[in-house]
Design a protein around this ligand. Structure first.
Ligand code: ZN
Length: 409
């Protein structure tokens, strides 16, 4: 029987069953198209005891993702602004300075710690991907190339390294052994230290139908209530929370050792009250989600069938992980979408995993002049509509699949 990765209870309730899917970042080269391709179940459950939404663990991440496994993150100018703004805010709020230690888990190439360093605050990054960690070190951000958990925390504590501020952005969802990870956070935090974590908020996933953000690299999908249960279990109190717009709507939680400083703030109380009002501790809320997902598939297929019957050409824009979930779940291949395009040169001239839709550079759209462009990374749709506004010159239209299929006028 499958067990909940937070509380260990048996997992019996389906949240969304998206069928069998390849790993979303397993882009194929032309010479790999005729080879066997591994597919894994993409089936999200909700725990009936602690209400954590999660993927069942069927193989270790290293087995699935190989040596390239790291906490996947992405960056852009707006993400760097976000990091800089965060640094200003917490430095002032918690009085960080030359005698403080900031530790970031999944610190990537030092995109965030560089701002603390500029302020003269000592930093340490922990990043399992070697090539990415090397880029951080080159920037002058000291970085330990390791996965984080109790073992890494114990090793650092033994060397006298503990955190005044411990942070991790978009890492909690990627952690297979959640309890080991949070126990490690408890161990490495100084008695009066503060932790902050950012992760996508389940409320947005449900309300905005973001089922395509379910993919194998994301093991857990958190409400505040479900996250709080994990931290409480390890003697950490969440005392504040902010709602932020990143990744379609995220939470930034603030934690400290339990018994260190009194009451939870009003923002925590309000969010807990809201999630209870929205029945996030009622299985029925989660059971209904499957129906919503299936309806989106029917609508998208209806749109594509009608467009193709009418002789219109449909192409994609973007090759994000979420697009692969959507296309594989809906069974959309190059019979419906001729190709997709992506600005990343690493993805150009490859094929999407599973669906084998070719990926080209964005200029291809200007050559082909299709009637419809389906935007797969809907979270940056405004940016794409602006960049590609010229498709209107030949009567092209944008289509977004999520929260529901919509042709933009
Ligand atoms: Zn549970």
């Amino acid at each position: 029987m499958k067990a909940c990765r937070s509380c260990g209870a048996a997992l019996a309730h389906t949240f969304a069953d998206l069928g069998m899917s390849p790993i979303s970042n397993a882009f194929l080269k032309a010479d790999q198209l005729n080879r066997m391709e591994p597919f894994y179940p993409l089936h999200a459950y909700v725990c009936g005891a602690c209400f954590l939404v999660q993927l069942e663990e069927f193989e270790s991440p290293q087995q699935i993702f190989g040596d390239n496994y790291a906490y996947f993150s992405s960056y852009s100018d707006s993400w760097l602004d976000h990091a800089r703004h965060y640094t200003e805010q917490v430095t002032a709020r918690f009085g960080l300075g030359a005698k403080s230690q900031v530790i970031e888990i999944a610190s990537n190439d030092g995109y965030l710690l560089q701002y603390f360093k500029q302020k003269g605050v000592p930093v340490l990054g922990i990043e399992p991907a070697k090539n990415v960690a090397e880029a951080a070190v080159a920037k002058g951000v000291p970085t330990l190339t390791k996965f984080f958990g109790v073992a890494t925390a114990t090793e650092l504590v033994a060397k006298g390294t503990r955190a005044d501020l411990l942070l991790g952005n978009n890492v909690l969802a990627h952690v297979p052994d959640l309890n080991d990870f949070v126990a490690g956070m408890k161990a490495i935090l100084k008695p009066a230290g503060v932790l902050t974590m950012e992760f996508p908020h389940l409320q947005h996933l449900i309300e905005e139908n973001q089922f395509d953000t379910i993919y194998h690299e994301h093991f857990s999908y958190f409400s505040f209530l479900a996250a709080q249960r994990v931290f409480t279990r390890h003697g950490l109190q969440l005392f504040d929370v902010q709602e932020i717009p990143t990744h379609g709507g995220s939470l930034r939680i603030y934690g400290r050792h339990a018994g260190q400083g009194g009451e939870q703030g009003d923002r925590v109380k309000d969010l807990v009250a809201r999630e209870r009002r929205l029945k996030f501790e009622d299985l029925e809320t989660y059971r209904k989600f499957s129906g919503q997902v299936q309806e989106t598939k029917r609508q998208l297929l209806e749109f594509l069938i009608a467009a193709r019957r009418a002789g219109k050409r449909v192409v994609g824009y973007g090759a994000p992980a979420k697009g692969n979930t959507l296309l594989n779940y809906c069974g959309i291949r190059s019979d419906f979408i001729d190709f997709t395009v992506d600005r990343s040169p690493h993805k150009q001239n490859t094929f999407l995993p599973g669906t084998h839709i070719p990926v080209y550079a964005p200029e291809r759209i200007d050559e082909v002049k299709p009637e419809y462009v389906l935007i797969l990374p809907w979270n940056i749709r405004d940016e794409i509509v602006k960049q590609m506004a010229h498709i209107r010159s030949w009567g092209g239209k944008f289509v977004v699949p999520i929260p529901k299929v919509k042709v933009l006028d």
